[in-house]
Design a protein around this ligand. Structure first.
Ligand SMILES: N[C@@H](CCC(=O)N[C@@H](CS)C(=O)NCC(=O)O)C(=O)O
Length: 226
């Protein structure tokens, strides 16, 4: 590979973790470039050239820059199609039907699962890290919204091993960062463990070497830049 792939942002960000998981599944070497969000580096003119909304992650390889974690993941799968896990976006022989089976769950993640699960994670994980109080009313409102989505997931994962069928795909991967945040907090772990099929799915996907590596990256505090 001619030049290193760079992902900008801290691994603790679920959107950065999503991209890191994809690169690890694809066996594409990358470097994580720190962005000090506490200093507002993600709103700096140079960062806005990479990510016009001033959010992490941003992505750069030898050909292009891409923003939006799910778009970055799709790009990685297409651009590095001959590396690592080659079926994250389905098998060629399954064509448009196979791709649609995956895309519909990627879309569900972004539209239905991410908003309430991220709102909860923000209150329970990120607000305390930022020295802000947790708003339990926000947690509870979003738990109710999320429960409805998880009931659909529970049914789906009773019918098939993974979201899009009997293979692990990007549809599963995109759900992992927020699921990790829910599963790691006593207050919200029951949302997963009380649903038998969802819980079985999480037990299977969370032990993948790629995800274990992401969790490791998240737990290593990065040295301050000089
Ligand atoms: N839809 C974007 C969302 C990215 C996002 O929400 N990033 C958060 C951290 S996880 C962020 O940069 N927040 C700072 C801000 O919005 O100012 C993606 O998936 O890449």
């Amino acid at each position: 590979m001619s030049a290193p792939v760079t992902v900008y942002g801290p691994a603790i960000s679920p959107a950065v973790a999503r991209v890191a998981a994809c690169l690890l599944e694809k066996d594409v070497p990358f470097q994580l470039e720190p962005v000090d969000m506490s200093k507002g580096e993600h709103k700096s003119p140079s960062f806005l050239k990479l990510q016009p909304f001033g959010q992490v992650p941003a992505f750069k390889d030898h050909l292009t820059t891409v923003f939006e974690s799910r778009a970055i993941c799709r790009y990685i799968c297409d651009q590095y199609s001959d590396r690592g896990n080659r079926t994250l976006l389905g098998r060629e022989e399954d064509g448009a039907v196979g791709r649609a089976a995956i895309e519909q769950w990627i879309e569900s993640e972004g539209q239905a699962f991410n908003p309430p699960s991220l709102a909860i994670a923000f209150q329970l994980t990120f607000a305390p890290l930022m020295g802000r109080a947790t708003d339990m009313a926000v947690v509870e409102q979003n738990e109710a919204k999320l429960a409805k989505v998880l009931d659909v997931y529970e049914q789906r994962l009773g019918d098939s091993q993974y979201f899009a069928g009997d293979e692990f795909t990007l549809a599963d991967l995109v759900h992992m960062p927020n699921t990790e945040l829910l599963a790691s907090k006593t207050k919200t772990a029951g949302l997963i463990t009380e649903r038998k099929n969802l819980s079985r799915w999480w037990d299977e996907v969370s032990v993948r070497p790629s995800w274990k590596k992401v969790v490791e990256l998240q737990s290593v505090p990065r040295p301050p830049r000089s």
